[in-house]
Design a protein around this ligand. Structure first.
Ligand SMILES: [Zn+2]
Length: 380
């Protein structure tokens, strides 16, 4: 079954040297982009999808979420907005709620959050464990996550749980917990930050994950300057996420190694912290991704359009750079060749906006502009 997508006001493909086209069309065959070109020359197809003059963009790739949890922390948000600072320790209250949740209830919460992301145009998502911090709970979280995405991340090293010696906990994470979780995960992650895990502990966690066949990524440099970004570069991690506080050496290391800087502006919005400087990274040649970090503590938004608008307004990106970071950048972060773009060969994951141009994503913030969402050419 082939589909010709026609009457597109603006088509964003991220083709080399030609990121977007006007008066364009594309053909989807067997779930993949089979042809891209001028609308006047579109080949015959089994059916036609008329975009009605709207913009068509690649589906968003949200390369950083924490969707497997129970409870919420709205009152903590309220306190922060009244002037209290964010600290990593609030994670423990979500841990208590998630441990107490039944498996069916947790699966239903996860499913409703994934549906929420899909409605807002996210066609590929990464999600993590990290809200149980015990062997059975982390394994359960990843088993549930595996049902909704192939991009699953073992984050047993989120914080040290109550009552544990930090070194003993690292031993558990890299031993019995890793053995239980690795079969359900693609990625290994650690929260390298004051109040969470230091450089040596983070290195131990990531190295153990790599030895178990997982690929490394890291939470780094969120709350202050620190060793996380350098560690990501040293280990060849796919991504260093947050990157809010970076030294010149950190920026240079990211540019040299090609480690993707994942910027999560929903966090700074929701914690009233200074935003990362995307302009500085782009000008240094660093590959940048934008993601939601959807989680109940520091960024309870599932909206990539909102994060793109923030990236334009607060991180110094142009609308096209921000869209690139939320699609192709996310795909780089997840080391995926098949998503995040609409070049020939891509999986046909795309969004028909209720707008004539990608500019409207940041020009009209907060407005629901995601019209149709398709994954592999079918309604998501
Ligand atoms: Zn996170």
């Amino acid at each position: 079954m082939s589909t010709a997508v026609t009457n597109i006001g603006e088509l964003v493909t991220w083709e080399e040297g030609r990121p977007l086209r006007h008066a364009a069309a594309f053909v989807v065959d067997a779930g993949r982009v089979a042809w891209v070109g001028d609308a006047a020359r579109v080949p015959a197809a089994d059916e036609v999808l008329d975009a009605g003059g709207a913009a068509v963009i690649p589906g968003f790739v949200d390369s950083h979420t924490h969707l497997v949890f129970a409870g919420d922390r709205a009152t903590e948000f309220e306190a922060r907005m009244a002037g209290r600072r964010y600290s990593a320790g609030g994670i423990r209250s979500t841990v208590a709620a998630t441990r107490a949740a039944g498996t069916d209830a947790l699966a239903a919460l996860l499913a409703s959050r994934v549906a929420e992301l899909r409605r807002q145009g996210t066609t590929t998502l990464e999600t993590k464990s990290g809200y149980c911090l015990d062997v059975a709970g982390e394994e359960r979280s990843l088993r549930l996550a595996r049902d909704v995405t192939g991009e699953t991340t073992f984050l047993g090293a989120h914080v040290v749980p109550e009552g544990w010696d930090p070194d003993a906990y690292v031993e558990l994470v890299t031993g019995e917990m890793l053995a239980a979780c690795a079969p359900h995960a693609r990625w290994i992650d650690v929260f390298c930050e004051t109040g969470a895990f230091g450089a040596d502990q983070a290195r131990t966690v990531l190295a153990a994950g790599v030895a178990a066949g997982l690929l490394p990524r890291i939470h780094a440099n969120q709350l202050g300057f620190g060793p996380g970004v350098q560690l990501a570069c040293e280990l060849g991690a796919a991504a260093a996420d947050h990157c809010t506080f970076l030294s010149d050496a950190d920026v240079a290391a990211l540019a040299d190694t090609g480690v993707v800087a994942g910027l999560l502006p929903g966090v700074e919005f929701s914690t009233r912290q200074p935003y990362p400087d995307a302009r500085r990274l782009l000008e240094a040649g660093v590959r940048v991704a934008i993601a939601t970090d959807c989680n109940p503590g520091s960024s309870f938004t599932s909206s990539m359009p909102f994060c793109i608008a923030l990236a334009v307004r607060e991180l110094g990106m142009t609308p096209l750079e921000a869209l690139h970071a939320g699609t192709q950048g996310g795909a780089w972060s997840l080391r995926r060749e098949d998503v995040g773009h609409l070049r020939v060969g891509a999986r046909a994951d795309f969004v028909v906006l209720d707008a004539p141009s990608h500019l409207h994503l940041s020009y009209r913030p907060g407005v629901p502009l995601v019209g149709r969402v398709l994954r592999a050419g079918r309604p998501a």
